[in-house]
Design a protein around this ligand. Sequence first.
Ligand SMILES: C[C@@H](O)[C@H](NC(=O)OP(=O)(O)OC[C@H]1O[C@@H](n2cnc3c(N)ncnc32)[C@H](O)[C@@H]1O)C(=O)O
Ligand SMILES: Nc1ncnc2c1ncn2[C@@H]1O[C@H](COP(=O)(O)OP(=O)(O)OP(=O)(O)O)[C@@H](O)[C@H]1O
Ligand SMILES: [Fe+2]
Length: 560
Amino acid sequence: MSSTTRILGIEGTAWAASAAVYDSGTDDVFIESDAYEPDSGGIHPREAAEHMHEAIPTVVKTALEHARETYAGPADEPPVDAVAFSQGPGLGPCLRIVGTAARALSQSLSVPLVGVNHMVAHLEIGRHTADFDSPVCLNASGANAHLLAYRNGRYRVLGETMDTGVGNAIDKFTRHVGWSHPGGPKVEAAAKDGAYVDLPYVVKGMDFSFSGIMSAAKQRYDGVSASQASDSGDPADEHGESDGSVSLEDVCFSLQENIFGMLTEVAERALSLTGSDELVLGGGVGQNARLREMLETMCTQRGADFHAPEPRFLRDNAGMIAVLGAKMYDAGDTIAVEDSRVDPNYRPDQVDVTWRTDEPDLELGREEGTVQGAEALVDLEPEAGRVRKRRASKQYRHPSLDERLRRERTTLEARLTSLARREGVPTPVLVDVDRREAQLVFEYVGDRDLRDALTVERVRDVGRHLARLHLAGFVHGDPTTRNVRVGPTRTYLIDFGLGYHTDHVEDYAMDVHVFDQSLVGTAADPEPLREALREGYREVGEKRVLERLRDVEGRGRYVE
Ligand SMILES: C[C@@H](O)[C@H](NC(=O)OP(=O)(O)OC[C@H]1O[C@@H](n2cnc3c(N)ncnc32)[C@H](O)[C@@H]1O)C(=O)O
Ligand SMILES: Nc1ncnc2c1ncn2[C@@H]1O[C@H](COP(=O)(O)OP(=O)(O)OP(=O)(O)O)[C@@H](O)[C@H]1O
Ligand SMILES: [Fe+2]
């Protein structure tokens, strides 16, 4: 085998018919793409497949010509070592066309096949171009939105959308407004002339959802168009103060502020949980300058490094398929034709990461001085027996949103921490609260974070604690292995700032799910701990919550 690997990559999960050639010796990536642009509405699976059918042979031919021109070896040898293709996730009819093309090409060139997960390719291209070791990865694409980190041979999903992908959410709004597909760039352009209006903001630990904010945005827009249509002097009279003065530009601006604010917040939470100081961005929505600016600002503020690949590697493209294909080929990760079936629901955490052997060190928590959490700076004073928690302003967030979140969360944290203790759940005593400064003083509890001292007994205890909160009608909102402190005899829940009162079984199940994901993301051997979480919950809580948890776990999947 030569020291240089050359791969022909093919991509075609939805809109981009694309072929590429990657040469690991020169690190050169040649990409030829042909985009499907719907005449009206969103992506129609059948039309997209027709486009694939026509465009794939042409882009592959161009890439193959390039491979031949740049190949220095004998003319009777194949100009690449393997053919890599996106095996999923994506639209079934499109994927099947790509799979067929890849199989035919591998046979005619007599080279092996490499089956690439499209979402893992979106994140690996960032790790490759940044030259980072073990970054947290935010995938912000059309049909998906994931927060991923490598642990024990897999990319673990630390958080993800609970409904649609981020690009699809934006595209649905622009369809409602009557703009052509894709909507993301149009929202970005319109946002330049907008001002901030309040819209919903929903994060649950490192998960998030877009349905609430999208319907509120549509309603705002309907208010705008109704007021323009009636045009009877003072729109504020007819549509209420807030609606009357809102323009479409304002809605676009505020959508970006909230949606990208949510993504940036969960990315920061993942950095804090894993102790990583590297973040990469992937996916088509990553082309948005405001999203990149927010992530960059967040990373700078917390002393982390941020990298976004160039736009041609962010949107769907075969370059990322070829680059990951080369790493997989070098690791011996090729597949036989019988195993090359495409999978429209292929999850990133189903992939055995054969091309990485490193294991990131989780930086241990500190016991004194100042810790930087995801949201706050926490001064630890164990001798004085107390901690001071300040929700400092986040520079990446719009000031109005920032003010609102800091105020709301400080108030909730004070209230729910005390309420939990009354329900028999160990929490720190609240010593002082200053709402204006978004500052809280608590009793110092425990001697370590659960993340650094995970045992089955402690996790079972957390299961019981969560069940107790839920029976009392509220959720923690962000239960992670860093938001549990452990002492010699007790486990304490801290950081209730994302908690809220609710009687929905769905919210209780989500709360357990968030903790479960943090176990998978931080534990060396998560399975016994996950079982213990459920056991503890079952002892105290309602069965229907664990039943709903199974539903929740089946969601957040790629849907066509
Ligand atoms: C499975 C696969 O087919 C799918 N691919 C995909 O969604 O294409 P991608 O190129 O990663 O992203 C397209 C999305 O990216 C959005 N987009 C493009 N430019 C944008 C911009 N400047 N601002 C916001 N969104 C933008 C589009 O509106 C569209 O929703 C995926 O990765 O989820
Ligand atoms: N009462 C306390 N006693 C002892 N340590 C504490 C206490 N409160 C916080 N800490 C420590 O400070 C860290 C950060 O605190 P906290 O989780 O409240 O901040 P945060 O910014 O909301 O963090 P994140 O959002 O990342 O969970 C905790 O993981 C814990 O190690
Ligand atoms: Fe994509």
